[in-house]
Design a protein around this ligand. Structure first.
Ligand code: PLP
Length: 393
């Protein structure tokens, strides 16, 4: 009989993975902020208003009885609306029935893609600074994240670092653009360089394009699946949490070649069953009814929020990296008291009531200790109050 007991001799033991789990800095700072009733610029919670058509679409669907399980890959209406959107925005042609899946958030999208396409021990190259959920989702499935640092100050692609991260065990690259926490937007040339490496080494590309509409100063979002040879190997992951300010609804999607969909659908069914039915209708209503001006206004509004927060951070002596995308700012906190970034973040919270996240949460150990990340997807009044408090700190 195989050995099933722990070192203490009992079967009542955690899995091998569990001791390595810990509360994320983002959640820890949110809890600390709530405790003192502070202003939370740590979590990307996005508490700006939900578009009225999206909200009404969900309420109407609930009242009309759309409250039962849906297909594990989502309702036809939403899959069709997503296929239309991919065609409209990027000229990408996906079959709504076989190549589009509605997921329980972008988080579930990466989870099921990794379950369906990676084996334990497979390596996935992740650019650093990284979004912690990417790294921890991979680890939770016993895949191995391998880091390729982006080059400061503007987080340019370092092609040598990317090449150095490749090994015979590499199965995929994960590309998050616009990126969290850096706001990095991969240029066409950079995206082509990443794509070429995928083609040369026969790799999957997992994308996270959730901030596709949060893009400033003339930067352009490149959907990697549009590049030559990339459609069949790109698992394009995105979602509506940010675009429609519905982080709690858990509606995302992935688009990919039909070859990969049945396995990903199976794991979505097993883990999530389906995304919430009436909320899928709300998002479909948004996709059907909101025109280009909505997405343009979203970028305009967030650019203005970025400007206000950047100016306050500069005034407070924390030199900001001004991002061309997403809705976070990494700011230089080297002059704040505290040896580590978590200490600096807690000191700033105690002094100002404004919560940020330690930069070290987005890097390998020993890095990011001089950085703090601030989220600017906040209602204007709250953001302005946070700016005021940072200025007088
Ligand atoms: N991907 C990135 C890069 C994010 O920053 C976040 C949230 O902060 C998510 C995914 C979460 O997306 P969802 O709410 O659709 O699971």
């Amino acid at each position: 009989m195989p050995e099933m007991t722990s070192a203490s001799g009992s079967r009542l033991a955690l899995s091998d993975l569990a001791p390595h789990t810990f509360q994320s800095e983002i959640r820890a700072m949110t809890t600390a902020c709530d405790r003192i009733g502070g202003i939370n610029l740590s979590q990307g919670v996005c508490d700006t208003p939900v578009p009225a058509v999206v909200e009404a679409g969900a309420i109407d669907a609930m009242r009309a009885g759309e409250n039962i399980y849906t297909r594990c890959d989502g309702i036809t209406r939403l899959r069709e609306a997503i296929a239309q959107k991919q065609l409209r925005d990027y000229g990408l042609n996906y079959d709504a029935d076989r190549e589009v899946m509605v997921t329980s958030g972008a988080t579930a999208g990466l989870h099921v893609a990794a379950m369906a396409l990676l084996n334990p021990g497979d390596e996935v190259v992740v650019f650093e600074p990284f979004y912690g959920y990417h790294v921890n989702t991979l680890k939770s499935l016993r895949a191995v994240p391998v880091f390729a640092g982006l080059a400061e100050p503007d987080w340019a692609l370092d092609i040598d670092a990317l090449r150095a991260a490749l090994t015979p065990k590499t199965k995929a690259i994960l590309l998050n653009s616009p990126g969290n926490p850096s706001g990095k937007v991969f240029t066409l040339a950079e995206t082509e360089a990443v794509a070429q490496i995928c083609l040369d080494h026969d790799l999957f590309l997992f994308t996270d394009e959730i901030y596709e509409y949060f893009i400033y100063d003339g930067a352009r979002h490149i959907a990697p699946a549009t590049l030559d040879g990339m459609r069949e190997r790109t698992i394009a992951i995105s979602g509506f949490s940010k675009t429609y300010s519905i982080t709690g609804w858990r509606i995302g999607y992935l688009t990919a070649d039909a070859r990969w969909m049945p396995a990903m659908g199976h794991f979505h069914d097993l883990t999530y069953v389906c995304a919430p039915a009436p909320l899928q209708h709300g998002v479909a209503a948004g996709l059907e009814q909101l025109g280009p001006e909505f997405y343009k206004q979203l970028a305009t509004d967030h650019r203005s929020k970025r400007e206000r927060l950047s100016a306050a951070l500069r005034d407070a002596g924390m030199d900001p990296h001004c991002p061309p995308g997403a809705y976070y700012i990494l700011a230089n906190a080297e002059h704040l008291p505290g040896k580590t970034a978590p200490e600096k973040a807690r000191m700033l919270l105690a002094r100002t009531g404004v919560a940020s996240v330690a930069g070290s949460a987005f890097f390998r150990p020993g890095r990011g200790e001089d950085l703090l990340r601030f989220c600017f997807a906040k209602k204007d009044a709250e953001l302005d109050e946070a700016c005021e408090r940072l200025r007088i700190s």
